[in-house]
Design a protein around this ligand. Sequence first.
Ligand SMILES: NC(=O)c1ccc[n+]([C@@H]2O[C@H](COP(=O)([O-])OP(=O)(O)OC[C@H]3O[C@@H](n4cnc5c(N)ncnc54)[C@H](OP(=O)(O)O)[C@@H]3O)[C@@H](O)[C@H]2O)c1
Length: 344
Amino acid sequence: MTSTTELLLPPSRIAPPMTAPALRWGILGPGWIAARFAEALRHHTSQRITAVASRNAQRGSAFAADWGIASVHGNYDDLVASPEVDVVYVATPHTSHFEHAKLALEAGKHVVVEKPLALDAQQARAIAELARSKNLFAMEAMWSAFLPKFDVIDQILTQGMLGEIGTVLADHGEHFDTDHRIYDPSLAGGPLLDLGTYVVYFAQKALGRPTAVTAVGQQANSQLNGQISAILTSATGAHAVLNTTILADTPNLAAVCGSSGMLTTEGVFYRPGNFTVSLRDGRSARFVDDISGYPAGLAYEAAEAARRITSDELESPCHTMVDTISTLETLDELRRLLGIDFPS
Ligand SMILES: NC(=O)c1ccc[n+]([C@@H]2O[C@H](COP(=O)([O-])OP(=O)(O)OC[C@H]3O[C@@H](n4cnc5c(N)ncnc54)[C@H](OP(=O)(O)O)[C@@H]3O)[C@@H](O)[C@H]2O)c1
C-alpha cells in the first residue's frame, strides 16, 4: 500500500498593489497599452497619474479627460522636466524606448519602460548603465514577472518541485490586421520583439540563458517576418520549444516539464491565470488565480516599481536588468539567425 501526501503549492509573496506607496506618474505616449496602464493605476492601485504627454494635443487632452490627469504636455521633453512627476512610464513603440528612457533618465526621472526595454541588448545595457550612473530606478514593464502567479512559479522552480527540467514549451500567437503597428517594419514590427519577448522570457525563467539557439521563420510579407519557431538549448541539454506568430491566434499555453512532474498553464501563459502542477508520483495541485487579465494585472508592475523606488532601490529583483538584457541577447541571436533587419 502506498500513501501519498497532498501536494501544496507555495503561497504567493506578492502584496496587494493597493498597499504600495503612492508615487506621481507621468505617461509618455498615450496609446493602447497606456490606456490599460492608466485604468490599472486608477482602479487597482493608490498611484497617481499627474501628467501625460502626447505629440498630438487632442489625443493628450482626451486621454487626460478619460483618466482624470491634471497636466497635459504637448511634447515629451516637458513631461520629463515636470516637477510633478516622480516616475515616467514609457509607452511609445519599441523603436523609441531607448530614446525616451534616456530622455527621462537624463531629466532625473525614474523609468518603467514597456517591453521590450529596447531594440537590442546593446541599447538595454546603455539604459541600465545610465540609470545606475544617475542613481535612478529602471525597469522593463514585463508585467508577467510581477504577478502573484509568476511568484508561485518562481518558487516551484527554485524548490526543484518538478525535478530536472528537460523541456519548456511556450507559444504566443495573435492574429493582427495589417494596419496595426506590428505590421510596420519602421516600428520594428513582426512578432519577435513584441510577442516573442514573452516566450523567451518564460523559457529563460525556467532554464536560464541558452547555450545554443536554432530557429526557422516565415515571412508575413516581403518586408516583414510573421512567424518564428525556435529551440533554445540550455547548458544541461534541456530544450525550450517556442513559437510566436502574428499570422494566427494560437492557444498561448506554456508548460515546464521535469523528471518529477510538469507545470501546465490554463489559458494565456503570460497573463494572470490558473495552472496545474502534476507530479509523477500521482500528486497534483492547481493554482487558482484571483486576478483577471488587463487591466488588473498591470497594477502589479506599477506597485512593484513604487515600492522599490520608495525604498531607494534601483531595480526590481523580480525582473532585473540582467534578466532583461539576457532576454534581449537571445532575441538578438534570433534576429541574426533569421536575418531580421529593422530599417532605422
Ligand atoms: N505589456 C503589454 O501587455 C503590452 C501590450 C501592448 C503593447 N505593449 C508595448 O507597449 C508599446 C506601445 O504599444 P501600443 O500597442 O500601446 O502602441 P500604440 O497604441 O501605437 O501607442 C504608442 C504611442 O506612442 C506614441 N508614439 C511616439 N512615437 C511614435 C511613433 N513614431 N509612431 C507611433 N506612435 C508613437 C504615440 O503617442 P502620441 O503620438 O500621442 O505621443 C502612440 O499613442 C510597445 O512597445 C509594445 O510592445 C505592451
